[in-house]
Design a binder for this molecule. Sequence first.
Ligand SMILES: [Mn+2]
Length: 326
Amino acid sequence: MDLAKLVDILKGGRVFIQMHNYPDPDAIASAFGLQKLLEKFGIKPVICYDGAAEKLTAITMLSNFSINIVHCHDITDMTESDKIVAIDAQKHNSNLTDLVGDEVACIDHHPTMFECDYQYKDVRIVGACASIIAEYYFANGIVPEGNVASALVYGIKMDTADFSRGVTQFDVDMYAKLFKYADNDLLDRMKLNTMEFADLKAYGSAIENIKVYDNVGFAFIPFECPDALIAMISDFILALDIIEFSVVYAVRGTGYKFSVRSEKPEMHAGKIISKALAGCGSGGGHARMAGGFAEGSKLASDGLVSEKVRSLFGKAIREYKAEYGV
Ligand SMILES: [Mn+2]
């Protein structure tokens, strides 16, 4: 972490902070925290994204914490000399649309899948990207405003599932430092109205077609839904006592968007999905949570999608177990 270097790179010209497509609370909190921090150095970044921020939690965050984000379709004048900071995501990943501007910097907490020449890179495998942004404040003696501290706390809590998933000592330390600046009333308000009616439809269809094979749960959502919702349903299915590994996938354009969860440290979700989707798309992520995309025509030309998904993951898990001796 070198804030002075980052500020130096971003000074002059236009700056965009780009979140991954279908931004989640951690991405929004991190982008907002970084925006407010850079403003203290005379830089006025615009937070942008592709896809949709259509999850209710994301939309509620925007109004509760007074955050402005702009869809990339509404930025028609971006040029190659505009600077982009990729946040909670990395260039060339399927969840980050390649915009016209120059990706000069990246701050993220996911493993790197494609090496990339940023002028500034801060990638650390911790529970939440918001923890990394919090450190930019505290390590430089800068006090975050109440809504910034609250948003960062919310991002950390959401991405670590309340300090139970992928959480590190660093996340806990940053939470402890943020705590006294965060507005608890604001955080309390985030607990209300977290589900919309359309979400129930996705839960309903996943529950209806859930299949379990050897403690691995599969569920298909036969319509488009945002990444965050697919991820929530994957968490929900993992909570079933007989399921140790969940694979939830939903229609996305000409293919399928996947969200995978593992509750056993020896079953690495990121490595398993990367193996499973290698021939028809791509996937990756952390030990306990991962995601990916498969092209429909490459996944199953005969229309037997669910059978193919089960066999790909079954094979990937067998291979993974043999390779790592678990
Ligand atoms: Mn994140």
